[in-house]
Design a protein around this ligand. Structure first.
Ligand code: GDP
Length: 298
């Protein structure tokens, strides 16, 4: 299992000779263990290959350390590489110099965008912000209502389309939502957008149109961590179709392995910024790359 990569590596090294120095045999045996552990964790194969190549190269060039045995040395390298792929430091939200800041959420239907909008709003309130949620998901029949419910739970205002007043046009809803925020002095706008069950051209076009209308300071790609390797294709499609600055992983409560986090961050080069781990609004935090790396290793 993913959770025991450290155990795997430690066991491997026990059976090897040459304790003081990393030999080529040590490195190969280690690479095999890392490969198995990452594949079991549902990390995409190209990501696994690239990761192993990077670890091997660093392990070969590693100074033989007096303080660490070979197993510890490799674990340290693996940990540092994991943290780096996951974004290095926690990447904080960038706010506009001139409020309101606009945060747009994009992702497949069911990824957890609407729930996340409520979580993010509550979190933003905790940061001293005064957010407005904008219901531009007009695809899913219940999405507007659901956003109003989470908005109420979070204690934040929601801008939703009025029947007959541009109600069918998500781009107009998003644009007027941002105008409302500006005139009513909300300092952050979170725009919920429509997803589909699969990647779909019309959905991408709509999201791109909303992006062009509201000019987000941050576009966040929301992805269900449980979809494993599929997360890579979806992330690439959104990167091409809409573009995004950061990733939010949802349903981490159901995925103990973190393969999606590693794959998406590695393939898109975008940092994971937030993690959602439960259905309650408080089940949410900024993403800590080093904590995820430890979760993978320990
Ligand atoms: P959307 O279609 O992207 O807006 O997705 P929703 O916000 O409606 O979420 C889809 C389902 O996933 C809902 O039943 C949510 O309660 C659930 N959900 C969202 N985030 C999480 C999470 O972090 N953990 C768990 N277990 N469920 C979640």
């Amino acid at each position: 299992m993913f959770a025991t990569l450290t155990d795997r590596l430690t066991t491997t090294f026990k059976t090897l000779r040459g304790k003081g120095k990393l030999s080529e045999a040590d490195i190969d045996a280690t690479a095999r263990e890392i490969r198995i552990a990452l594949l079991e964790a549902d990390v995409a194969l190209p990501v696994v290959k690239e990761f192993i190549a990077a670890v091997k190269e660093r392990a070969r060039g590693a100074e033989v350390s007096e303080a660490l045995n070979p197993a510890q040395q490799v674990i340290k390298i693996v940990n540092e590489e994991l943290v780096q792929i996951l974004g290095g430091e926690t990447r904080r939200l960038r706010f506009a110099k001139q409020p309101p800041s606009v945060i747009m959420l994009a992702g497949l239907q069911g990824a957890g965008k609407t729930t996340l909008a409520g979580k993010l709003a509550l979190w933003l309130k905790g940061q001293g912000k005064n957010p407005l949620l904008v219901a531009a998901d007009l695809q899913r029949p219940n999405a507007v209502n659901q956003l109003q419910v989470v908005g109420e739970q979070a204690g934040v205002a929601v801008w939703a389309p009025e029947p007959g007043n541009g109600a069918g046009d998500p781009v107009a809803v998003a644009r007027t939502g941002v105008e409302q925020a500006r005139s009513k002095l909300y300092d952050v706008v979170v725009v919920d957008t429509a997803g589909r069950l699969g990647v779909d051209e019309e959905m991408m076009r709509q999201a791109a149109d909303i992006r062009d209308a509201v000019k987000p300071d941050e576009t966040l790609f929301v992805v269900d961590a449980m979809i494993g390797q599929d997360a890579v294709n979806t992330a690439n499609a959104f990167l091409d179709g809409v573009g995004f600055d950061g990733v939010v992983l949802t349903k981490l409560d159901g995925d103990a392995r973190g393969g999606a986090a590693l794959s998406v961050a590695s393939v898109t080069g975008r940092p994971v910024m937030f993690a959602s781990a439960g259905e309650k609004l408080a089940d949410f935090d900024v993403f800590h790359p080093e904590r995820m790396a430890s979760r993978i290793l320990d």
